[in-house]
Ligand binder design. Sequence first.
Ligand code: NDP
Length: 300
Amino acid sequence: MQALGKQTLAKNAQRFPTAVASRSSVRAMASKAHVCEPKWWTADDVAVVTGANKGLGFECARQLAGEAGFTTIVTARNGDQACLDFHQLDIADKKSIEAFKAWLQQKYGKLNVLVNNAAIAYKGSIFGPQEARITTDINYHGTADVTEALLPLMPTDGRSRVVTVASRAGLSSILKSQELKDRFMNAKGRADVDALVDEWLASVEKGDFSSKGWPGSMYGVSKLAVNAYHKALAKDLESKRIMVNTCCPGYCATDMSSHRGTSTAYDGARIFTWLATKPPQDFESGGFWVYDNTGVKWPM
Ligand code: NDP
C-alpha cells in the first residue's frame, strides 16, 4: 500500500474499500482468523493474485491488501482495473507472462506471495477434445508456467509462498484406474504431470478415456494435474524454504458456479489468505487444504 499514490488510492476506494482503510482499522481487521499471526510480513512484501478482476481472486486481493496489508498486485487477462496496482496477465499466454515478470522485476524487484487463482470451467455438459485442451492449457499449463516464471523472484528466506487454487473436484479419487492414481500421486515433477495430461487429451480425442480409467471431467483432470504438480514442486522447494500449497475454497457463489455456490467469495478466499500468511515457523508445504476456520489438511 505504501507504493500507491493518492490518485490510485482514491480510485481504490470504490472497488477495494478495505485497501484504503485507516491504519488502525487495518490493524483491527488483521486479527481476523484467516490472517495468520504472528505477522511476519510488512507493507513492502509483495503479493500477486491471478484472475483477480472478479470472484474469489478479487476477494483474495482485497484480503491480502486491506486486511493483511501486503503490497498487492491485481492481475487479469483483460482490462485496466481501478484497483491496487494492476498488470495485464493472461496465464495461457507465454508472452503475457514474460511481460508481467519483467514489469514485476523492474517495479518491485521481488515477489513474496503468489496466489494462482485464475482458471476456467465449461458450463453444463460441454465436453470434447478441444475444450479439454483449452481447460488443461489454462488451468494446469498456464498456472505452472506462471509459477515457474515468477519463482526466481521469490526470496529464499522463509518469506515466500505459492498458494494455488485447486478443487476437491481434482482429488485422485476421480480416477478409476489405480495405476493412474499411483502415477499422479508419485509424479516427480512437471514432465511426469505433462505426460499424464497428454495421455488424458489423447484418450479424449480417441474416445476411450472412460475404459482407461479417466473421469469425464475436464475441470477435474486439470485440477488433479495442478495438485500433482504442486505436490512435487513443494518437495523441490523445501530446501529454499518456499511454502507451496494447494487449496479448495468450497462451493462459492461466483460466475464459475453461476452464483449457485453456498459460500460467499469472501469466505471462500479466506483459505488463500490463511495459506498466504502462514508464519515461517509453521512451515508446511505440499498440502491440499480446505477451510474450516483453522484450516484442515486433506489427503490428496
Ligand atoms: P470466476 O469465473 O469468477 O473467476 C475466474 C477468474 O479466472 C476470472 O478472473 C477469469 O478472468 C480468470 N481467468 C480465466 N482464464 C484466465 C487466463 N487465461 N488468464 C488469466 N485469468 C484467467 O471463478 P471463481 O472466482 O469461482 O474461481 C476462482 C478459483 O477458484 C478457480 O481456480 C476455480 O477453479 C476455483 N474454485 C472455485 C470454486 C467455486 O465454487 N466457485 C470451487 C472450487 C475451486 P476473466 O474475467 O478474464 O474470464
